[in-house]
Design a protein around this ligand. Sequence first.
Ligand SMILES: N[C@@H](CCC(=O)N[C@@H](CS)C(=O)NCC(=O)O)C(=O)O
Length: 284
Amino acid sequence: MRSCRAPRSPNMSDTAPKTPSPERFARFTARLRQHGDGPEPASRPRTSPQTRSGRTPHHRGTPLLRLGTQPRPFASKESTMSTPILHGFPKSTYVWTARAALSLAGIDHTFVSILPPEHSSPDHLERHPFGKVPSLTNPSLFEAAAIVRWAHEVGDAVLFPSDPLDAARVSGLISCVGSYAYGPIVRGWLFAFIWARGERDEAAYQAALASIRDVLGVFESQADGPWLVGDQLTAADLYLGPLLFVLLMHKDGEAILAEHPKLQALVAALQAHEGFMRVSYLKA
Ligand SMILES: N[C@@H](CCC(=O)N[C@@H](CS)C(=O)NCC(=O)O)C(=O)O
């Protein structure tokens, strides 16, 4: 794995911890006591607007994340909840996203590594009916989007800005990662060429690189720099970041990334982020 040589961001690890939000945990644990760890009730209570509007506004230069702090056990004295268990491939970008969200939110979790074809086993299909990773147990959730959103709602990190337009931009970019970036980078390049054996069709390889360049161009044009939205890390960065680290696995990917200064700065900011890197697939 090549390393990105961009400088460390100076202010990522020395941010003072925020006061935890006991009301949010109390609300969540009360719901658990009521419903156990089974399926959510049909009319699941929504997070009150009060809670959302009570958040520190995004884009005000106020540290929103408990950066540099250790995850604390999620189960508090009054909680009946066991430690969340995340199942996934250790080298999956989506698993890295979900683990990073839990880590940043200060939600301690156990990671259980599974490898193909275990994701098609009956046990895993119980956890994720489409046979994908990641999935979470305690509480039962599948899809990275659900896990990230839950971490945002109950944890100590603001992964979606309080500003409605910025929050919508974060959701849009997350959708773009799944719809337009994961395919060209992972399936169309990493699996098809970098990890593939046999002779390479050079024209097809160049076309795959061109597709990645196109996609990165869009994200570069949308990025505020170094973060995708605003001046704080958001869930959008947790989604795109692992894919950018995939590009660093090979000199051709690194070269395309070097053409996109804001995305290169994003990689540097993430590399300096202890909570994000602690759960990296690079350590798997
Ligand atoms: N929509 C899913 C996508 C997750 C996904 O594609 N995971 C890949 C690993 S990175 C996977 O499960 N691959 C197994 C397969 O497709 O059979 C999510 O957002 O969680």
